[in-house]
Design a protein around this ligand. Structure first.
Ligand code: GDP
Length: 446
């Protein structure tokens, strides 16, 4: 799974992580290569573009954590973005809704995608892992061989199949399956619908009828992962017409390009619940975005390293800052750190929204025209100062101010505002610092 993509990306990141310092150009080149690798893996253009942009934004905004290299940090950002693209925020990966017995599961997809095989794999899984009594029914009235195939698989895994009755329509079979599942005390009944080589109206109308009769708890699209963007288009079509609850990507054991997995969620909004990894009845896995992302990058160690470093560094920084404040020091470097911290936490409105009683104040501030881009401009102004100026903002006279504002692409009044805000904050810090170790600041940092 993902070998090619994985090889390409590890090549890019190997080069990146070996370097001690990264220039903007290094990152740009790396991201260009990431984009090409994604497109070669048949990830859709818009997903690849958004992906690279998200990484670029995050990589630029991030301060470098000591004890890991910048390259390692980029790998971590890419990893997190991969997880995001793969998972969205759904927590139902690998979970099937099978409460309220008998729970109908509708299996849909094109012919040859692996629908019948996957139906049996899932039935086996429900039986063995969840102790469910499952009934499987083939609705493929066009191919008697397909009905026979499901029966054989059922015997193999010890799961009942609905007796085959010649001449019935899919809707009739669905009714019969529902009835037998209810009478026979089954927990789940699975409906393996007929596939076509391509999507056509008759197929969809048929599946719609079955859906309306059974009201499935899950409608799973089974689609060949090797078909890349076609798999995503198929999912869009089925979802538009039938409404699907999730996707099973098959043939992920091949050395396919794997792009379908990356685009699926972003394009269709539907979760990939399982992946098929072979022809055997056990070759089905839950789709875990974390694991898949790790596999794609082949760099799980680096990811956890950076996570750990970030945790400790943040605590370290907070401690260091507290000591400085206690001594009454608060220069532009401290201020920049505070501003960046605020942005990281989701901006002014979100921070204030979290504090009891501050929601109203937050919306008032917003109404007055303040928005979080102010923080960004302020950071730009601080970045435009020299090291000496940042440590001693009191030395800023007219000519320095002009140069700093120009460097940030802003006007002097905005810099004056920043300086005023800095003085006020410094005063406050001094007061808080004087309150000593048991004081407010210690509480706040904790
Ligand atoms: P259907 O027409 O959609 O019902 O497809 P089938 O279930 O009959 O599968 C078509 C072929 O693909 C069969 O030979 C299966 O064994 C094979 N197949 C299904 N899933 C997988 C998978 O995850 N990996 C591999 N390698 N083969 C699979």
């Amino acid at each position: 799974m993902f070998e090619n993509l994985s090889d390409r990306l590890s090549g890019v990141f190997d080069r990146l992580t070996k370097q001690g310092a990264l220039s903007e150009d290094d990152v740009k080149t790396a991201l260009r290569e990431v984009r090409v690798a994604l497109l070669e893996a048949d990830v859709s253009l818009s997903v690849a573009r958004d992906f690279v942009k998200a990484i670029q934004d995050k990589a630029t905004g991030q301060s470098v954590t000591k004890s890991v290299t910048p390259g390692q940090q980029v790998v971590k950002i890419v990893h997190d973005e991969l997880v995001h693209v793969l998972a969205g925020d759904e927590a139902d990966i690998g979970v099937l809704k099978v409460d309220n017995a008998p729970a109908p599961i509708l299996m849909v997809g094109l012919q040859g995608g692996g629908k019948t095989t996957t139906t049996a794999k899932l039935a086996k899984r429900l039986k063995e892992k969840q102790g469910k009594r499952v009934l499987m029914a083939s609705l493929d009235v066009y191919r008697p061989a397909a009905m026979e195939q499901l029966k054989v698989l059922g015997e193999q895994i010890g799961v009942d199949t609905l007796p085959i009755v010649a001449g019935q329509s899919p809707a009739d079979i669905a009714k019969r399956a529902k009835q037998q599942a209810t009478m026979g005390g089954y927990d789940v009944y699975m409906l393996d619908t007929a596939g076509r080589l391509s999507i056509d109206d008759t197929l969809m109308t048929e599946v719609e009828a079955v859906r309306d009769i059974t009201k499935p708890r899950e409608t799973l699209l089974v689609v060949d992962g090797l078909t890349g963007q076609d798999a995503v288009t198929t999912a869009e079509n089925f979802d538009g017409r039938i409404g699907i609850s999730g996707v099973v990507l098959t043939r992920m054991d091949g050395d396919g390009r794997g792009g379908a997995a990356l685009s699926m969620r972003a394009v269709t909004g539907k979760p990939i619940k399982f992946v098929g990894l072979g022809e055997k009845m056990d070759a089905l896995e839950e789709f875990h975005p974390e694991r898949i992302a790790g596999r794609i990058l082949g760099m799980g160690d680096i990811v956890s390293l950076v996570e750990k470093a970030q945790e400790t560094i943040e605590a370290e920084q907070a401690e260091k800052m507290m000591k400085r404040f206690q001594k009454g020091r608060f220069n532009m470097n401290d201020m920049r750190m505070q501003l960046e911290q605020m942005q990281k936490m989701g901006g002014m409105e979100s921070i204030m929204g979290m504090m009891p009683g501050m929601k109203k104040a937050a919306s008032q501030i917003k109404e007055s025209g303040f928005d979080d881009s102010v923080f960004k401009r302020q950071v730009a102004l601080i970045n435009s100062m020299t090291k000496i100026e940042r440590a001693n903002p009191q030395i800023l006279q007219a000519s320095r101010k002009k140069r700093i504002a120009k460097g940030a692409g802003l006007e002097v009044p905005e810099l004056n505002q920043l300086l005023k805000m800095h003085r006020q904050m410094a005063d406050m810090m001094k007061k808080m610092g004087k309150m000593g170790k048991g004081g407010m600041l210690k509480q706040a940092v904790k």
